[in-house]
Ligand binder design. Structure first.
Ligand SMILES: Nc1ncnc2c1ncn2[C@@H]1O[C@H](COP(=O)(O)OP(=O)(O)OP(=O)(O)O)[C@@H](O)[C@H]1O
Ligand SMILES: [Mg+2]
Length: 273
């Protein structure tokens, strides 16, 4: 066991000890094996994470380099063409900024030193704000966006949390809904009972296969790689959403049917004063 522990300490995480005996030694051996297994997994996840980050950074970088070179060398024919290239550069630079912000949030959450405000927040107000902010995107795609509020009064819509982070969560869900819907509508519902407030974001979009659903909250996970190329996301959005909701002692669930639409449900505990 000592030999095994030293091997594991050196980074040979596939080392295992014999764990047959049923006494204390056996249980120590099993603990060492569990430790080795956990380290192995963390290591794999770390490797995967860095590979993903490098990939995600490389794509916008290529555009930035490519189009700035075209502009520098004056290889454009019309003013319109030149503006198009500038727009691409601007768009990719913005994407990079978002990506870096997302990565920063994730790193902070991983270290458990994510600063979350704990204020009384009126969820109703936040949803209205989010609808206002995202309406132009929906309109651009001819989608209807509406908010159906079933919270009875002001007291009914108060949760304890961080207003900016809750807004970030809802913007993420609504932007996904818009991004993955070709025609129809996005509807946000709120209902509450004695203990909690439920917020639903429903769309009439492309939907997802049942067997994809358990993975969509994982970092960098996207349903079909081809889809993401067309829609241009990084697959970090929902993983951040889930972590933020859990930091608010809430939960998030999803239901979806291919070709019909998707519904995300957030459940947040209500505060009783
Ligand atoms: N409302 C939705 N309808 C259909 N598919 C969805 C919906 N929301 C999420 N998905 C699928 O889940 C995947 C993960 O979503 P997530 O928000 O984490 O990533 P993204 O939107 O691709 O990128 P990002 O949000 O980081 O820009 C998406 O790539 C998409 O395939
Ligand atoms: Mg997203």
């Amino acid at each position: 066991m000592e030999k095994a522990a030293r091997q594991i300490a050196k980074g040979n995480y596939n080392t295992r000890t014999i764990q047959k005996s049923g006494d204390e030694l056996g249980s120590l051996a099993r603990a060492i094996n569990d430790l080795a297994f956990s380290l192995q997994r963390v290591n794999e996840q770390r490797r995967e994470f860095f590979a993903n980050i490098s990939h995600e950074l490389r794509t916008p970088m290529t555009y930035l380099k490519g189009y700035s070179k075209v502009l520098r060398e004056g290889r454009w024919k019309t003013e319109e063409e030149r503006n198009q290239y500038l727009e691409i550069i601007d768009h990719e630079a913005t994407r990079l900024t978002y990506l870096v912000d997302d990565l920063f949030d994730l790193a902070q959450m991983d270290e458990g030193r994510f600063n979350l405000e704990h204020k009384k927040v009126n969820i109703n107000e936040i949803i209205k704000l989010v609808v206002k902010k995202t309406a132009y995107k929906a309109l651009d795609q001819n989608l209807k966006i509406e908010y159906l509020c079933e919270l009875s009064d002001k007291e009914d819509s108060i949760v304890l949390g961080d207003p900016l982070r809750l807004e970030q969560v809802l913007i993420n869900l609504v932007e996904n809904a818009i991004k993955y819907t070709k025609e129809g509508s996005i509807t946000i519902y709120t209902v509450s009972n004695d203990e909690n407030i439920k917020i639903k974001v429903r769309d009439t979009g492309i939907g997802m296969e049942e067997d994809e659903l358990p993975y969509i909250f994982e970092r960098f996970y996207r349903v079909e790689k081809s889809r993401s190329r067309a829609f241009g996301g990084t697959g970090l959005g929902l993983s951040i959403v889930k972590q933020l909701i859990e930091l608010h002692n809430g939960t998030i669930e999803v239901e979806s049917t291919v070709g019909e639409g998707t519904e995300f449900t957030i459940i947040l505990p209500k505060i009783s004063d």
